[in-house]
Write a protein that binds this ligand. Structure first.
Ligand code: NAD
Length: 459
């Protein structure tokens, strides 16, 4: 199998999946290093890794070759350097054993510690290869786990330059491979984080259940934005446009549908269309990169064709373009849409913003919740109080207020995915590190007296 270059369209790089026996040997080798890593100065080693990747040009070039885009690759590298810095700073306090405390039983005290898994595994997608390759690996390493990562076969070029930056003492291995490699990884690790599609997530969860290891699933989304009367429409249009088209819409937290109160629908649409028409493709000097995964252009084209056939109007973009061998899609704004269309219900994963008029907050909430997904959402309202009240009715794990897709940049807020968007503990916020630890309690009885519930064996 060859890897396709999203700019040239050429499948010019052979994929070299690690053979199963070598994968097993890598896993065993990592496991052997777990005790030393748990006793190492992990913060210092991680800090060196973060500093090394922060300005590495070979890593950046490989990411650009993988994804065809420069701006987002720079952002990924910056976000990952920040991620490492944050975990180095936060981990010691989070890992400190809790203070001993008296239990509810007289004379008994409770203390505890946390035991990291020896080997944590991550299976990751192609849309943000570096960030999603490391977003869970770094807290797992900080927790004291050794880590094995299997990125997507669509974007493997960044692996080699990344591995060159890994300090010798850091027990992190990132391996090249395909779905079969991912499936084999599940049987080798003590806990797995999977980021990708619902269909594969289900398979990973089943395999993890039969291997009796926890699986944390970070899956797809169909994020809604709600724009109510009284909202700052200029701000809402700019934020929704960014949230729906950054990364050419190839992000789980992309805005994929927009519900706008009827009285401000036309003005919002006009503003959105006017702005969207000015946002060009990177091959013309604009910010919108190519479609990365082979075949994704067919999904986007099918959703657009379905919407148009059912009566939607296309205001900008609206089709797949070919430039220099790659596939591209301009920011596409649709109106006249409804939930009978694929573009309102299935993940499009392209820079497509279908806008639907609604009667007010109740209908907006009902439609936003009319989805199999529940990843994140955005609300623009007359004021923060109204926006918060609407946000609290949404079946989603994170709601940006007065902005869109903030989870792309802000990783501090704890969140769980709702519905098919995922399963398991929070990837974000301090609780994230808890996914890689088992808590252990020490229950100490300091009383000399016989416990009243013991069997009575003496006169
Ligand atoms: P995918 O499910 O096709 O592949 C994801 C990974 O799973 C790849 O590394 C692949 O090689 C591996 N894999 C394939 N079959 C496997 C198997 N049987 N066992 C184990 N691993 C296997 O997903 P994709 O196309 O790479 O990613 C796009 C999807 O990811 C979208 O649905 C997107 O919304 C989602 N996503 C979610 C988040 C999130 O944080 N929730 C973030 C980014 C992307």
């Amino acid at each position: 199998m060859n890897v396709r270059n999203p700019i040239t369209g050429q499948s010019d790089r052979p994929l070299a999946p690690i053979p199963p026996d070598r994968l097993a040997a890598v896993a065993a080798g990592l496991r052997e290093r777990a005790p030393a890593w748990q006793n190492a100065d992990r913060g210092a080693v991680l800090a060196r890794f973060g500093a090394a990747l922060a300005d590495d040009d070979a890593l950046l070039s490989a990411l650009v070759a993988d994804t065809g885009r420069v701006g987002e690759s720079l952002l990924e590298r910056r976000l990952v350097a920040g991620l490492v810095e944050r975990w180095v700073r936060q981990a010691p306090a989070l890992l400190a054993p809790p203070a001993e405390r008296p239990a509810s039983l007289p004379g008994v005290f409770v203390a505890g510690d946390a035991v990291p898994y020896e080997l944590a595994g991550m299976i990751t997608p192609w849309n943000l290869p570096l960030l999603l390759g490391l977003i869970d690996a770094v807290p797992a390493l900080a927790a004291g786990c050794t880590v094995l990562v299997k990125p997507s076969e669509v974007t493997p070029r960044f692996i080699e330059p990344l591995m060159r930056l890994v300090p010798e003492e850091l027990p992190l291995r990132v391996v090249e491979g395909d779905g079969a490699t991912g499936a084999a990884l599940v049987g080798l690790v003590d806990a797995v984080v999977f980021t990708g599609s619902v269909a594969t997530g289900r398979r990973v969860a089943l395999a993890a259940a039969s291997a009796f290891v926890p699986a944390f699933l970070e899956l797809g989304g169909k994020d809604p934005a709600i724009v109510l009367a009284g909202a700052d429409l200029g701000r809402a249009a700019s934020a929704v446009l960014w949230g729906g088209t950054a990364n050419a819409g190839q992000s789980c937290q992309s805005i994929e549908r927009v519900y706008v109160a009827r009285e401000v629908h036309d003005e919002f649409l006009d503003r959105l269309v006017a702005e969207a028409a000015q946002v060009g493709l990177t091959c013309e000097g604009g910010p919108i990169g190519p479609i990365i995964k082979p075949g994704q252009e067919d999904v986007i084209a099918a959703h657009l064709a379905d919407a148009v056939a059912k009566g939607a109007s296309v205001h900008t973009g609206g089709r797949i373009e070919r430039h220099g061998g790659g596939h591209w899609c301009r920011p596409t704004v649709l109106s006249g849409v409804d939930h009978g269309m694929l573009v309102m219900t299935e993940e499009t994963f392209g820079p497509v913003l279908p806008v639907m008029a609604v009667s007010g907050p109740d209908e907006a909430v009902a439609l936003a919740n009319d989805s199999v997904y529940g990843l994140s959402a955005a609300v623009f309202a007359a004021g923060e109080e109204q926006a918060r009240a609407v946000a609290a009715r949404l079946q989603a794990g994170a709601v940006s207020i007065n902005d869109a897709a903030l989870t792309a940049l802000v990783h501090e807020g704890e969140k769980n995915s709702f519905r098919l968007s995922g399963l398991g503990g929070s990837r974000m916020g301090p609780a994230s590190i808890g996914r890689f630890l088992r808590r252990r309690s020490f229950l100490v009885n300091r009383s000399d007296a016989a416990d009243p519930w013991w069997h009575s064996t003496k006169e």
